[in-house]
Design a protein around this ligand. Sequence first.
Ligand code: HEC
Length: 164
Amino acid sequence: MKFVARVFGVGVLVGAALTFSVAGTPAFAADGKDAIEKRITLMKNGVLKNYLYAKKFAKEGEGTAEGVVKHAKLLSEASAQVVALFPKGTGRGDYDEKMTRALPKIWEDWAGFKTAANVLTQESAKLAEVAAGGDKDAIAAQFGKTAKLGCGGCHKPFRGAKVK
Ligand code: HEC
């Protein structure tokens, strides 16, 4: 009887330890995976789509200046959500290179990363202002700055090469 109780006791302890590790690990991994998926969706839908509207207007004369105002504002709003979707421990090194292009440098230079996001917020807000003026050349020039300083200013230092 004593023996059975002891075995049972050990079983409970081992069981508890297993439950703890099983419950703990995937919950953490799912949070990181969730952030990675959310930020890639934000980049594609909130950032890229609105950026492309302005690009088509600037390069091909498609769309309207009022359309650029609207999409540049949406782009600026989306850019303000970027930083929150990069919690520590969700870059390359923590996750498979196929899953994320976020370089560890993001967290090594967190201030620089936040500044890069802010540059896009500012340049795209400026694009909306310039577009409201309706001057096509001025819009194209400000689009160029938004692309180079806004997207390029962050992708160059902080995004790694695509891995297939
Ligand atoms: C503050 C930094 C930052 C800014 C600003 C930024 N990006 Fe990104 N972007 C990233 C990072 C980092 C990734 C990789 C995310 C991942 O894979 O987890 C990414 C991913 C993307 C993706 C998803 C597909 C891919 O190639 O990884 C697209 C599309 C994209 N960015 C477009 C843009 C465009 C267009 C702009 C400018 C209008 C822009 N980004 C501005 C950091 C930024």
